[in-house]
Design a protein around this ligand. Structure first.
Ligand code: CO
Length: 494
């Protein structure tokens, strides 16, 4: 897929028209064995890759205003004995079913999608759509599609059919927020080394309540505790270490008036405050320890954290940081984005000093990057290798993600596997090889949109030799719109 050269301008390794078509809706639901394969699927690769993301970018005759408002569609790639089966299904949220039946937009989206008819038809309509489009995880024998502002949807892992909204055995109430970014602690010190799932919810307001949840492998709630922090919070992701959960409170303020008046989506009323610091909030995972620490660091915006680890009385946090965040404008079209005008996401290490409450920060990678991942055994632990979606060229500017970058944090060595000019990557997922101790021994799976063929390909890359040839390229018969997050599960449900 790297053989078509369509370079449009000097230093621009992509064609914007090809990039744009990756945001075409995919209204069809498929299931088939993938047979168009270059290379060979490793026989030891056994399990299921689940991915979530917006499947519809328009409804009836109306385009949605921002991809974050697109209805969630789950893809499942099931690997067994060197073969792979593909299936995709829309999450049958109440709103999805109603809008599909009506053939038009009926709900307001957080990121500015509004019902037709202008502000008069949207005024004081606070009914938001739970679009279930951000994350997907299999835990406690339940497959959950996650969207941070409301409860999860539970799906049948075999058929991807929607079972309904999920309250986790009474842990959540209808309408409760539940973040889309859970982490699995591979060896929890509070549970004799058993793994546990850690997630959170934020109830924002003038002060914000952060609630932390930890679940056992059978899905039972182990620990839950809430903490109040001053100020409005827009927190998408967090990160854990054995002792702490760490949140970056981005410097934003929220003016709800235009949202209430129907003129803007709630997400459009969030304004970045470049003159205010980012607050780093450190919450002990031990529910008996209520001592929260807050650190102040230079302004920046973080969606995603790569990892964190404790080192004596310091905690290191690696995060993708933007110098500023542009406001989603009501009249803007996300497909007409001028990448050069946006700040790039760059990898920074924040070192929190627990003795004097100071923070040092250091840029680890200047190349525009997003969607970091690593060996899941290293969550919250000192780690060496990071894999991340990256721009094809290191211009220090924002650009579409067209490559996977491997970073050796010990030596600084970098390896790049590029799909430019026509390939656009999604979040990589690292699957460790069975029976290997090497941290980078594994497969890096990424779904790549090929703009020259208007279809998607799942690439299996070699975690140890990332820059080398792909182990296998599994070509779908169609495209999957640019997605958000996915996860790997060792079970096969076919
Ligand atoms: Co995310």
């Amino acid at each position: 897929m790297t053989n078509t050269i369509t370079q449009t301008a000097e230093n621009q390794p992509y064609n914007i028209a090809e990039w744009r078509r990756g945001y075409d809706s995919q209204p069809n639901e498929y299931e088939y064995e993938i047979t168009e394969i270059e290379g060979e699927i490793p026989a030891e690769l056994s399990g299921t890759l689940f991915r979530n993301g917006p499947g519809l970018l328009d409804i009836g005759d109306s385009a949605i205003h921002h991809p974050f408002d697109g209805d969630g569609m789950i893809s499942a790639f099931s690997f067994k004995d060197g073969r792979v089966h593909y299936r995709n299904r829309f999450v049958q949220t109440e709103a999805y079913a109603k809008e599909q039946e009506a053939g038009k937009i009926l709900y307001r989206g957080v990121f500015g999608t509004s019902k037709p008819g202008g502000w008069l038809n949207n005024i004081f309509d606070l009914k938001l759509k739970n679009i279930a489009n951000t994350g997907v995880i299999y835990w406690g024998d339940k497959l959950l599609a996650l969207w941070e502002a409301a409860e999860p949807h539970r799906l049948d892992p075999k058929t991807l059919e929607t079972i309904g909204t999920e309250y986790l055995d009474g842990v959540l109430e209808p309408g409760d927020a539940f973040a889309a970014h859970p982490w699995i602690d591979p060896s929890c010190q509070f549970d004799d080394g058993a793994p546990c799932l850690v997630n959170f919810r934020v109830d924002p307001g003038l002060s914000s309540k952060i609630t932390l949840f930890e679940f056992a492998p059978d899905g039972k709630l182990l620990r839950r505790h809430s903490h109040s922090v001053p100020g409005f919070s827009f927190i998408h992701d967090f990160i854990i270490t054995p002792n702490y959960a760490i949140f970056f409170q981005n410097p934003v303020n929220f003016n709800p008036l235009p949202f209430l008046l129907g003129m803007r989506g709630a997400g459009e009323c969030v304004q970045f405050q470049p003159d205010q610091p980012t607050n780093v909030i450190l919450i002990p995972r031990d529910p008996n320890n209520r001592e929260i620490k807050t650190f102040s660091v230079e302004s920046g915006f973080v969606f995603h954290h790569a990892n964190a680890f404790e080192q004596g009385n310091r905690v290191c946090v690696d995060s993708i940081t933007y110098q500023s965040l542009p406001q989603v404008q009501p009249d803007s079209n996300y497909k007409e984005v001028d990448f050069d005008s946006l700040d790039p996401g760059q990898l920074w290490r924040f070192t929190l000093n627990l003795d004097d409450d100071t923070v040092d920060r250091q840029m680890l990678e200047s190349r525009c990057c997003e969607f970091p991942t690593h060996n899941p055994d290293q969550v919250g632990r000192d780690y060496r290798y990071l894999y991340i979606g990256a721009a094809a060229n290191n211009t220090g500017r924002n650009a579409p993600l067209q490559a996977i970058l491997k970073l050796d944090l010990h030596t600084g060595e970098r390896q790049l596997h590029s799909f430019a000019p026509s390939g656009f990557v999604s979040e990589p997922i690292f699957v460790p090889k069975p029976n290997s101790d090497r941290e980078d021994a594994g497969w890096v799976l990424t779904l790549v949109y090929d703009g020259s063929k208007h279809r998607s390909t799942l690439a299996i890359l070699d975690g140890e030799n990332l820059a080398g040839e792909a182990i296998a390229l599994l070509h779908l018969k169609h495209h999957v719109p640019y997605g958000l997050h996915g996860s790997w599960c060792e079970e096969v449900f076919v």
